[in-house]
Design a protein around this ligand. Structure first.
Ligand SMILES: C[S@@+](CC[C@H](N)C(=O)[O-])C[C@H]1O[C@@H](n2cnc3c(N)ncnc32)[C@H](O)[C@@H]1O
Length: 394
């Protein structure tokens, strides 16, 4: 095994450890790939291994979970394309079923898929980078923005960095059901998302939740940028986003499909402004454009969810400088904040309560010529329970 193969095996080992706690099904998927890359299965002997290693030779990856998740997405894509096929019968998202006794048959189906379907499989691996679009992450900008809005009460502009198809930019318009200590709040909508929310500042949280509909009606623009913005009216872009979801999580797939319908309508109605390009290039342009078009003071919320964890340190520093320059320059007459929802350990200070594999919500605001970061709280990677140690930050 060469160095790249060894690195992939190491990443897969970490992903197996994660899946053992969260998904027996994916622990089989990742360990089948692990055996394949470690040369312990027939697929490797037939040359599949060297093909994939060749394809990935120059590929830059910055997050350890990138390659394992791309591999599992490529497999899921093959399953979704043929739900009745030998692989589909194990995937809940294809109407199939996986039981503990199915491990050997499932592993065989995986290897059989990698080998004959290699062109469909490897095509995806070469062209695709990790591009999820998890709707529940929209909560991580929604709640802190509503808390901020109760103090500011201005028209709002949203700017999402790494927005993928744009689902999270519509988070305020979905159906929600929030549970808290002694309270429940629901909003009717075409998809219903549930979350349990707690905060050290109970009163601040109640005020933020109560302000949600008003803040939502104050949103004037929804701007997003991504290196690649999937066009949700295109079937292959939709199936790519679907494949990124774990195939034993049918409710999440159903949620994505409902969200895509809302998104498509919003895009057709012109509610979203989506730009293809790197956040590093787009932020200064958006700031300039906003400074020319916004006639009175707005609350401008930059946010990203699971995006800057892919940045190297220099790129992250540049992004910070661009947001600070925008806040002190073209947007100086506006109320600017930057909210991040990123995995624990990716440049954020982990709050004491955050467990491994959870993520942190941080707010940055321009103070005395610099951006000051405050950890607000933490949640899962696909938020179901959120805890805020602070709602607004310093
Ligand atoms: C894991 S996905 C997360 C997508 C979405 N924010 C979510 O939470 O589901 C990471 C996204 O970041 C985008 N991305 C990575 N680097 C970027 C950059 N420099 N500028 C803009 N988008 C970027 C990728 O294209 C991808 O869509």
């Amino acid at each position: 095994m060469n160095l790249l193969g060894a690195a992939i095996v190491e990443d897969l080992d970490r992903e197996i450890a994660f899946a053992q706690r969260t998904s027996p099904f994916y622990s089989v998927v990742f360990s089948a790939f692990r055996d394949f890359f470690a040369g312990e299965s027939n697929g490797a002997a037939e040359g599949g291994l060297s093909d994939i290693l060749q394809l990935w030779k120059g590929k830059v990856v910055t997050a350890w979970f990138e390659r394992p998740l791309l591999l599992s997405a490529a497999l899921h894509r093959v399953a979704l394309a043929d739900p009745q096929g030998q692989l589909g019968r194990f995937y809940a998202t294809c109407g199939g079923r996986y039981d503990a006794g199915d491990e050997t048959a499932f592993r065989e189906a995986i290897l059989a898929t990698i080998t004959p379907a290699r062109s469909a499989f490897t095509h995806f691996l070469t062209l695709q980078s990790l591009q999820t679009n998890e709707i529940s992450r929209g909560l991580t900008w929604l709640i802190p923005s509503a808390a901020e809005w109760t103090h500011v009460r201005r028209p709002v502009v949203l700017v999402e960095l790494g927005c993928s198809a744009g689902l999270n930019l519509m988070a305020d318009s979905y159906g929600w059901s929030f549970q808290g200590q002694g309270w429940q709040w629901s909003q009717f909508g075409s998809l219903r998302l549930e979350a349990t929310i707690s905060a050290d500042d109970q009163e601040g949280l109640s005020n933020a939740i109560a302000a949600l509909p008003l803040m939502s009606s104050a949103i004037r623009r929804r701007i997003g940028c991504d290196l690649h913005v999937p066009d949700v009216s295109d079937g292959s872009a939709r199936s790519m986003l679907e494949a990124m979801i774990w195939g034993d999580n049918e409710p999440r797939l159903a949620r994505l499909r409902q969200g895509l319908a809302v998104l498509e309508a919003a895009r057709t109605a012109g509610y979203l402004e989506l730009h293809q390009g790197s956040a590093l290039e787009v932020v200064p342009c958006i700031a300039l454009e906003l400074s020319r078009t916004l006639s009175k003071e707005h609350m401008v919320v930059f946010f990203n969810t699971v995006v800057t964890c892919y940045f190297d340190d220099d790129s992250y520093q540049t992004l910070k400088e661009h947001i600070l320059a925008a806040a002190l320059g073209p947007l100086r007459d506006h109320h600017v904040l930057w909210i991040e929802h990123e995995p624990v350990g990716s440049r954020n200070v982990s709050p004491a309560g955050a467990r491994r594999n959870e993520s942190v919500i941080t707010v940055h605001r321009p103070t005395l010529g610099a951006l000051t970061a405050t950890v607000l709280g933490y949640t899962e990677m696909h938020p179901r329970t959120l805890h805020f140690e602070q709602l607004v930050g310093k």
